[in-house]
Design a protein around this ligand. Sequence first.
Ligand SMILES: Nc1ncnc2c1ncn2[C@@H]1O[C@H](COP(=O)(O)OP(=O)(O)OP(=O)(O)O)[C@@H](O)[C@H]1O
Length: 851
Amino acid sequence: MLPRYSSVPRSEQKERSHNKSKWKYSLFPESDQKKISTRTVFADDSDDEKISIPPKLSNFGSALLSEKEKDKENINGNNLFKTSPKATIKPSSLNNDPYYGSINHTAGNTYASIHSGDPSQSTLFAHYRGHQQPSMTTMNSTGLPDKDGNGFENSFQKIKNMQQSMREELTSRHAERRSRRFLNSSRKEFLGPAKRAPTLSPESLDHRFSSTVSGNNTNNNNNNTSGSFHHTRTESPEEKLSQSEIELGDLNPVQYLKRYDLPSSELPRISRLYFEKQKPRKLELAKLKQEILRENRTSSNGINGNGDQDIHIRRENSLSAATQPRRKLSDTSSRNIFQRAFSSPVAQSIDSQKNILADKLPLKHSEYDSYAYNNTPMHSHRKREALANIDINRNSNEQFYEPEPKRHKYLDEFHNDNRDNSYKSESKGHSLFGNNHVTNIDNDHNRDDKSFFLERLSPELPRVALPTRSSVIQENEFHHREPPKPPVVKKVEIVEPEKKADSRGKNSNNESFARRNVTTVNDMEYEKIELLGRGGSSKVYKVKDNNNKIYALKRVVFDEFDDSSVNGFKGEIELLNKLKDKTRVVKLFDCEMEHGVLYLIMECGDHDLSQVLSQRAGMPLDIEFVRYHAREMLKCVKVVHDAGIVHSDLKPANFVFVKGILKIIDFGIANAVPDHTVNIYRETQIGTPNYMAPEALVAMNYTGQNEEDKYKQNRWKVGKPSDVWSCGCIIYQMVYGRPPYGGFQGQNRLLAIMNPEVKIIFSEKTANDEPVPRSILETMKACLLRNPDKRLTVEEVLNSFFLKPVMVTPFFIRDLIKNAVRYGADQKEVSGEKVEELADDVLSRLADIRL
Ligand SMILES: Nc1ncnc2c1ncn2[C@@H]1O[C@H](COP(=O)(O)OP(=O)(O)OP(=O)(O)O)[C@@H](O)[C@H]1O
């Protein structure tokens, strides 16, 4: 059976167990005994690892040996047990106590006996070997029975005593560890989270010495061994003296060392002293903290009465007290925050508690303030509240004495002869500092209280003369920034346009008419959308009716025109009504003429041909574009001519595209051509010179001899060929970019048109050096012949090669050539007339060919 307490490693124990037979004769070699005995020296009581080690086996043997030695010494009258002067337990008392006596004997003499090499010990072991003792637990230092036969009983008793003493030792050590942990933890609580080296105060050390140390210290003269269960450090009398002389003042240990140029080895001792001096104050602060927390818990319950909020406050309480990091606020800003934080009702109650506690506890105001603000449950709550009221754009000093912005209103009211009323309202909760709790001190009568309050709020502030209420008002009146004025809202007056009397005398009182710019034609309302264009005598609007259908509204004011003009527009209406079923003529839906104004509701076009040509200006010649638009234009003219009407004012602006179909508009100067005549005669020259035919202008140069001739002079002959001339001019513009006489300006243009000597140039190339197809050239020449009788009709132009080209395949050309050659070879001689005949025949057939 192995001993119960063993310092031998398990592996070694196994080995020894394996070699159990050896143990019977030699439990430990002498070297091992020395080693083990050395291990039993508890030189450092601070090492937990060593403390946790159970008492060593060798202690038993040593104790036994020491008992033997003790007996020997007692016999010799030489007591080896000596205590140090510092030992609090007297040797005499220890000797009287059987447990302590045993311990002390062991402590005092164990190792000396081992190292002494006393032959008796060997004899002892040999003796046991001789008795075949199986275990150390049965050993007895005085194992041999005495003459009375009491030797075994005594040895068992002593072993029991030693076991008891060991237990006592363990208990004391554990108690010491617990106390040390408690001390460390409580010190941590006092000192905050920062870790510091574990040091003990002299008092606590003394206390520990008195409670746990029960043996000699290292200075014991007895054999220079550790000699005690604890190798604790104690101060010498000199150290004690010097500690009492140390006055740290406001210095911390390091600063103290530097100040008095002390060696760093003195740092632990000074530190212990430093923390000991801190201890009472920390305890007071801890008590204060507990008390404040308790008080606030009760007060917050009373004030809020709201379960959720209470929980929240309690949580904040615990958090702020235990875990909330300390935030360092600048002096002034923190003061401002705290000052504003006191404005809440909860803070007010805390403030009252603060007054009570401050009277009870011997703390400085600064300590109290910092502690209260940082640890009260409403701390973070008030911080948030305070921060919400801080204007970061103002400096802290201004904020301290400046009331909150809404107090400006109060000050203004106060200043405006409402002092009495404002003063009353102040007592109801308003104040210069915006705080309920300072209401009562915010007047001249309670100035002492106010000073006290501000001192407590800002103990570090220089004591300046506190402003009275009136001075603060003055200050605010002259030095503080005026509150920003509300933005000036521009009043936009909507002036309704003066209701003009409608020219027709109706709808003048119709509000919707004025409001929505509505024109009524034959009791139908048309709202104007946009202006489409304007002519020499009219404006044309894009309008919509009540069903949102789009129309073109042409409005002509007749005030500026003579009767002929009026008749001309009346004729236009007649012609439009006559052609209302023609797809190539813009439709007239409604018309009304009253009070000198003509309203025409027409089909609305998307854009006119002049806009299209302007859009293509400068672009390369596109034969197909010219062909398509020329054909579309001539189709419109053909419809008019087929209706026996001469337009007389054809120009690109008078053709509009309505959903992709070109339509002709503006029959203002058009006249119905009597069936029996080709031409009509006008008494006034109307039209656009660029597109006017020469015959319409020839009469200007006509100089007759008699009255009849003079009459004829003022009548211009116009007819269908004039419209063909105009169409020739438009085609010419599409090819060359401008009308035939567009190079002339003003009056010269008219003269050039009338002058037969001024020939129109048909260039084979455009200004961009693009070739102009022959078919186009021929068609243009046929339309722009000076002699109207020789001009092509509209139908002929539409059937021209240009507008109606013949398309053949290469096979057709090849076959045609083959046939022509064979015919010539067979005939041997073919006249010119025969060739022309053949050509006409081919051409006639080509017209019927549909590819
Ligand atoms: N039904 C319509 N749809 C779209 N636009 C139109 C319509 N009627 C006229 N316009 C536009 O209004 C412009 C002027 O129209 P119109 O030529 O009929 O007026 P006008 O007084 O006869 O002009 P002018 O006497 O010079 O020929 C046209 O060039 C055209 O652009």
